[in-house]
Design a protein. Structure first.
Lengths: 305, 417
């Protein structure tokens, strides 16, 4: 009797210990979400990112090869707030995988984990305002405090999908959230010490509101007058005069946006241009915290130059 | 005795290769850990009870709760389907009588209302999704497509049922707003029909578990329709009296990521079905399509270059003869940035004598077109296209110029590859 129980226990342990046997397959649309999931899941999960950090997450090529990891996935983590609406929906249908369909246990919209969203339209929205997102600005992964909320949510979901390791997922998520909150606080304090005039920024696409919110930066203009629509010369001229009047010296943009306009503007305003990577180098093993630290340093250097 | 079962179960769980093999919580609602606690008798009892409940309630299974959209998004979304409306209109000049083949092509000098397409889609329940494309034209409303797609069949299978565009080749399964050029390729119009190959029927596709993307598609559809099954029953609906009267479409699609920036999609397709020229006479279509795409991931801005080549061979049994012809198009499109795109396309179709569908077209036709498109935003585009058309059976070539406008409102449409 005792022997059978022991054997059963041994067999179970052997199964869990062999890494290939029971890995939870996680697919994340953005490398930032993939990096969080990989850190939370550790050896228990295998994570695939659909987009590279150098890709504009609004316009990822829906290559049929992306269907392969999606068809096997136990969990799909996506940004939400319509960031991926231009490419994810058909992939989701063609993946033929009920676990990651809306309502499935593996369908995780990361934006639902973020308590406070910014730029949530108050009234009726209209496409004449540009390509705006009805649920609010979707670029919350630029803020480690919100990434901490997402990490806790991913931990909870992995715990639900793989209850045998629930404690591991929750502990890891908690540890990462604490680390990110500490990092956020540290950097916020460092930036707060800068004079207010130094903390003014101009952004290319309106994708840095969460970062500005975190670091106490004041966004005084966007080079794109309306999201997703190429700026007109008249608007660029207005941005330039705003920059001159306010003394704001820094233009901020992701590396996947064209940079000629920003370069010219920063020259004319005698300022600087900071071209930041759009996301974590997940494919090179970078963690979300490492990437965030790097962005903060890059930004701090640019602001204090 | 139950202990032995428990041991066997534990052993099975330990060697099962992960969640894919029925141990996943999403598959059966019980996690591997919980499953170990149950004896087979207990599991069987639960399944019996669930089965009885389902029968009693007349429903299927309960889906687990997930996070709901919050705030304004929830108010907007409700349970309405995604809806969008796309208008295509053009103004054109043709140097002599046009020979356009597509049902929505600009086809005369002056203004053409190409189409007003309404697209609706939504998940029906956890098992199905519905897609509908209704096309409004000055002549009325047409149900272009209306089909249900399964969402969660096992083993990589998917079914589509209803009226749909068949997956023959590359361009056939797409709508005009996904095309780079303002009109349909000649070979598609001549072989498949002005509306493209489509019909009422059933399609099964299988996403194979191979390490690269390989999808197998098979469908059975109605072989009638002058603009939708032209090489088969076409305008003469002789009805379906047996399996041999159905139009079968078979396709293999493969995708290769050559590296981060280059990719290749390759398809092979076939259509087999009856034609109306005599009892038992059949038509067959064979096609191959290649889509080579370069999109540099490290490049700022959205630039890409793509080459698409699609060729088709057709054979039709007619009384005392077999008509064989072929056609192809090749197009090169350069998306310069998010606003500008230019493209070049060449069309070719061969001709045969005594073609019962196109009695005039006994010789070849070549058409060359160039286009330039400007996208003010993601939801609108203005296109200018010029074409030089040389049907060998006509004395003079046809020069054509079209200026087209396309605008979209409603749900953000997604792009397929």
């Amino acid at each position: 009797m005792f022997t059978t129980r022991l054997l059963a226990a041994l067999a179970l342990t052997a199964g869990l210990a062999s890494p290939a046997a029971a890995k939870i397959e996680v697919v994340a649309t953005l490398p930032d979400l993939a990096a969080l999931a990989a850190e939370i899941g550790g050896d228990l999960v295998s994570v695939t990112a659909l987009a590279r950090p150098s890709e504009d997450p609004h316009y990822v090529d829906p290559k049929p090869s992306l269907l392969l990891p999606m068809s096997r996935a136990d969990v799909l983590i996506f940004n939400g707030l319509e960031l991926e609406i231009g490419w994810l929906p058909p992939l989701l249908v063609n993946a033929r995988n009920g676990r990651i369909q809306p309502g499935g246990t593996g369908y995780l919209d990361a934006s639902t984990l973020v308590q406070t969203k910014l730029q949530v339209p108050a009234g009726r929205i209209d496409r004449a305002q540009g390509d705006i997102h009805p649920g609010g600005n979707p670029h919350f992964t630029h803020d480690p405090r919100r990434a901490a909320e997402v990490a806790l949510g991913i931990g909870a979901r992995l715990a639900a999908v793989d209850p045998d390791h629930a404690a591991t997922y929750r502990d890891n998520a908690q540890r990462i959230a604490t680390e990110l909150r500490r990092l956020a606080k540290q950097q916020a304090a460092r930036f707060a010490a800068l004079p207010a005039a130094k903390r003014q920024v101009v952004v290319y696409h309106d994708s840095w509101v969460y970062l500005a919110d975190w670091l106490g930066l004041e966004q005084i203009a966007t080079v794109e007058e309306k999201p997703g629509i190429k700026p007109s010369p008249g608007h660029v001229a207005r941005v330039l005069s705003t920059m001159k009047q306010s003394g704001a010296g820094l233009i901020l943009q992701e590396e996947y946006y064209p940079r000629n306009t920003s370069e010219t503007l920063s020259k004319l305003a005698k300022g600087a241009l900071a071209v930041l990577r759009g996301g974590v180098h997940f494919e090179r093993g970078e963690t979300y915290a490492e990437h965030t630290q790097e962005i903060a340093d890059q930004l701090y250097d640019a602001l204090t130059k | 005795m139950p202990r032995c079962y428990r041991l066997a179960l534990a052993l099975l769980t330990s060697v099962a290769p992960g969640p894919a093999l029925g141990a996943s919580p999403a598959d059966d609602g019980a996690s591997p850990g919980v499953a170990d606690e149950l004896t087979p008798e207990e599991r069987a009892a639960i399944e019996r009870a669930l089965g009885a409940d389902s029968e009693a309630r007349g429903d299927a299974e309960v889906t687990p709760p997930t996070a709901q959209p919050v705030g304004f998004a929830a108010v907007l979304q409700n349970l309405n389907p995604n809806m969008s409306l796309i208008l295509d209109a053009a103004v054109s000049y043709f140097s002599s009588a046009p020979l356009q083949v597509g049902a929505h092509d600009p086809n005369h000098t002056g203004f053409t209302f190409q189409q007003l397409e309404m697209h609706l889609d939504s998940n029906v329940d956890p098992f199905f999704r519905l897609d509908a494309n209704l096309v409004f034209s000055p002549f009325g409303v047409e149900v272009e497509e209306a089909y249900a797609t399964t969402l969660d069949l096992p083993a990589g299978l998917q079914l589509r049922a209803g009226q749909f565009l068949t997956r023959f080749g590359r361009v056939n399964n797409t709508h005009p707003h996904a095309w780079h050029f303002i009109d349909q390729p000649l070979v598609n119009g001549k072989f498949l029909g002005g509306e493209g190959s489509r019909g009422l029927g059933l399609e099964v596709s299988w996403l194979t578990p191979l390490p690269w993307y390989v999808e197998l598609v098979a469908s059975a559809t109605d072989p009638a329709g002058a603009a939708t099954a032209r090489s088969f029953y076409g305008a003469e609906d002789l009805g379906i009296s047996g399996l041999e009267d159905v139009l079968y479409t078979l396709a293999v699609k493969q995708f290769f990521s050559l590296d981060d920036d280059w990719s290749l999609l390759w398809g092979l397709s076939a259509q087999l079905g009856p034609n109306p020229t005599g009892n038992g006479n059949r038509s067959s279509l064979f096609g191959s399509d290649l889509h080579l795409r370069y999109r540099p991931l490290e490049h700022a801005g959205r630039t890409s270059v793509e080459l698409t080549v699609e060729g088709m061979f057709r054979s039709r049994q007619v009384p005392d003869d077999a008509l064989q012809d072929w056609g192809m198009y090749a197009q090169l499109v350069w998306q310069i940035d998010s606003e500008w795109e230019v493209g070049l396309r060449h069309d070719f179709v061969s001709g045969v004598a005594d073609d019962y569908l196109d009695p005039d077209e006994d010789s070849a036709r070549n058409r060359t077109a160039v286009e330039a498109a400007f996208y003010p935003s993601h939801f609108s585009r203005v296109r200018l296209q010029g074409a030089y058309d040389r049907p060998a059976w006509r004395d003079e070539p046809i020069w054509a110029v079209s200026l087209g406008l396309e605008v979209l409102i409603g749900a953000h449409g997604a792009h397929s590859y």
